[in-house]
Write a protein that binds this ligand. Structure first.
Ligand code: APR
Length: 234
């Protein structure tokens, strides 16, 4: 195994599943109960803001009742002990990586616990509902929306992500179905750069064929095992 200094880890809803947060595309998942085009697009927000705000108020409240699991905590151990660069690029909008102790986290799809002011563009930490149109903490205007990247919007900090991928010696994907781009394309970018790739997932994903190795199992088992293996080499 070539020397591994810099690691990029992509996580998806599967890493939070065992914390009791619904994934999107598994049996009974979020997109089975809600049409994406009704709640997770700018057009939906323009058409029926109350429906969208109610949906995200429910999701924001739900994640605050959940706890990080052994997979989040294992990644935090790796983050704390890893001497090289390490970046957890998460598609998740919960704060379980941070509450599990991870520091080097990048939320490419936004965060439930932020509110984004469409008047002044400020993003503010937010845990309460938005349905009653509270004033923006920065400018006072009642123009807050969820700080979530909706379908058709540009994910956050893509330049940073691509820069980290270019420097990576290992790309690891955890708990994602490989259904949504640009995240689903990171593995192919890594392969094109000759970077070793590893997938840790409950089942095979749409991207499994692109990975050098796939280890199947629940994140709370396969992620700690992988972290222990990595830390044994530090
Ligand atoms: N351990 C590991 N993996 C799991 C577990 C588990 N306990 N439970 C489910 N998984 C896997 C599923 O097999 C699936 O491959 O997690 C993946 C979840 O896939 P999705 O529900 O599609 O979630 P994700 O890939 O994160 O979705 C990507 O789509 O809807 C948008 O913006 C949203 O960020 C989201 C993006």
């Amino acid at each position: 195994m070539p020397t591994i200094r810099n690691i990029v880890i992509l996580t998806g809803a599967g890493i939070s599943a065992e914390s009791g947060i619904d994934t999107f595309r598994s049996e009974g998942g979020l997109w089975e109960r809600h049409r994406v085009e009704d709640v997770a697009t700018p057009e939906a927000f323009a058409r029926d803001p109350d429906l969208v705000l109610r949906f995200y108020d429910m999701r924001r409240a739900a994640i605050q009742t959940k706890q990080p699991n052994a997979a989040h905590r294992a990644l935090a151990r790796l983050d704390a002990a890893w001497p090289g660069d390490l970046l957890i690029v998460t598609q998740n909008v919960d704060d379980l990586h941070e509450r599990g102790g991870a520091r080097r986290v990048l939320h490419m799809h936004g965060e439930h616990l932020n509110a984004w002011c469409t008047a002044c563009d400020a993003r503010s930490p937010w845990t309460a509902p938005l349905l009653h149109r509270p004033p923006c903490p920065a400018c006072g205007t009642s123009a807050l929306r969820p700080d979530i990247v909706w379908f058709g919007e540009m994910p956050y900090r893509m330049d940073e992500i691509h820069a980290a991928l270019r420097q990576a010696d290992l790309f690891v994907s955890i708990g994602t179905s490989g259904a949504v781009y640009p995240a689903a394309g990171f593995v192919r970018g890594a392969r094109d750069l000759g970077i070793p790739t590893l997938e840790l997932n409950l089942e095979h994903s749409k991207g499994s064929a692109w990975f050098d190795e796939t280890r199947l199992g629940p994140a709370t088992e396969v992620v700690p095992a992988w972290v222990d293996q990595m830390l044994a080499s530090v």
